[in-house]
Write a protein that binds this ligand. Structure first.
Ligand code: MRU
Length: 336
């Protein structure tokens, strides 16, 4: 089953807020429910957001055919539903660029965004697993990861978790070590669910355990996804990624970002220019609806952080490996 798809004039997506308890599909035909699904993370993860953005514009093009102003204003609202993952704006813009050719062209573009994402994830899995062989001397690999970067974050397979899946398929994965990923537990709820579906050996860790587990020599490599990669290689990803990179550097463990080229934003020079989404207090003061902090507790809840390029070994995309540790940068020309 694909995480997000288009059929019968509707967007079909897995409601990720309901996992792992139940696998429920949402059928979206209107803009407001789509924006709501994005805002409450029913659909989430940068590549999936790119597809949701493009399909959302296709939905608008069918619903408001002939009313360009309505389509464009709806697309602007959709584009702003979450600020950090560049893929959302990128997907909206790609589909909107075909509007002059009519609604069928917009839909064709949205389906191309979907198909390209499937191909990109396959390419990243292969390239990332090959790079792992170059970076890790141990025959059987123990890979730490954060958040959910699997099939649920894309259309199929995913990015960082796609590489771990490829290591499993090649018979060289000793174990995956996903971090639970407070506050919304994408690691515990979604990555653990996906790893179990794959039949992968894994142990789930509390976020705070990452640096000490790495220092104890229990992991060989860290893989993360990305929401936006700046021209200099600074990478925005789920909150806790920066902390994980510090633990990896302390332990001398390679730290690898896996993301499609659509996540590389050359218009953003460095991480200081990336807008970080701030989310509501209830996510920190309660867990799944159960209050854990005193009434009236004030919070700071950035959904993402920026890992400086200096702490990243390499970025694996669908078209290249960027060895930041060797001075390469995303802004370098793509060869071949
Ligand atoms: O808030 P989320 O769950 O949308 O955050 C997702 C992440 O940070 C992922 O690591 C990133 O989007 C890459 S998904 C392949």
């Amino acid at each position: 089953m694909r995480t997000i798809d288009w059929a019968d004039g509707q967007i079909h997506l897995i409601d990720q807020t309901r996992l792992p308890a139940e696998l429920v599909l949402l059928h979206v035909t209107e803009l407001d429910p789509l924006i709501d699904a994005i805002a409450r993370l029913a659909v989430r993860g940068a590549p999936a957001l790119g597809v949701a953005g493009a399909m959302g514009v296709a939905m608008l093009a069918f619903r408001h055919e002939g009313d360009e102003a309505a389509i464009r204003s709806g697309a602007a609202r959709l584009r702003a539903a979450r600020p950090t993952a560049v893929n959302l704006a990128w997907g909206v813009d790609r589909a909107l660029a075909r509007l002059v050719e009519g609604r069928d062209a917009v839909l064709a573009e949205a389906l191309a965004v979907r198909d390209e994402d499937i191909a990109a994830c396959a390419a990243m899995a292969t390239r990332g697993a090959d790079l792992t062989r170059a970076l890790v001397a141990r025959e059987r690999v123990r890979a730490m990861t954060i958040c959910n970067t699997g099939a649920l974050a894309a259309v199929e397979r995913g990015t960082a978790l796609g590489v771990i899946g490829e290591l499993l398929a090649r018979g060289v994965l000793e174990e995956a070590l996903p971090l639970e990923t407070r506050p919304l537990l994408q690691g515990a709820r979604l990555t653990a669910w996906e790893l179990a579906q794959m039949g992968a050996p894994f142990r789930l860790l509390p976020d705070g355990a990452s640096a000490s587990v790495l220092a104890r020599g229990l992991a060989d490599i860290c893989f993360i996804g990305a929401d936006r990669i700046a021209a200099n290689g600074d990478t925005a990803n789920k909150i806790g990624s920066f902390t994980l990179s510090l633990g990896a550097r302390n332990a001398g463990v390679p730290f690898v970002v896996v993301a499609p080229e659509s996540t590389v934003d050359l218009a953003t020079p460095d991480g200081g220019h990336i807008e970080i989404e701030e989310r509501g207090a209830d996510e920190v003061t309660s867990i799944r609806g159960v209050r854990t902090a005193p009434e009236g507790t004030r919070t700071l809840n950035p959904a993402f952080d920026v890992t400086p390029a200096a702490l990243i070994t390499a970025i694996v995309t669908d078209r290249r490996v960027i060895r930041l540790d060797r001075g390469e940068r995303p802004s370098d020309p793509i060869l071949g």
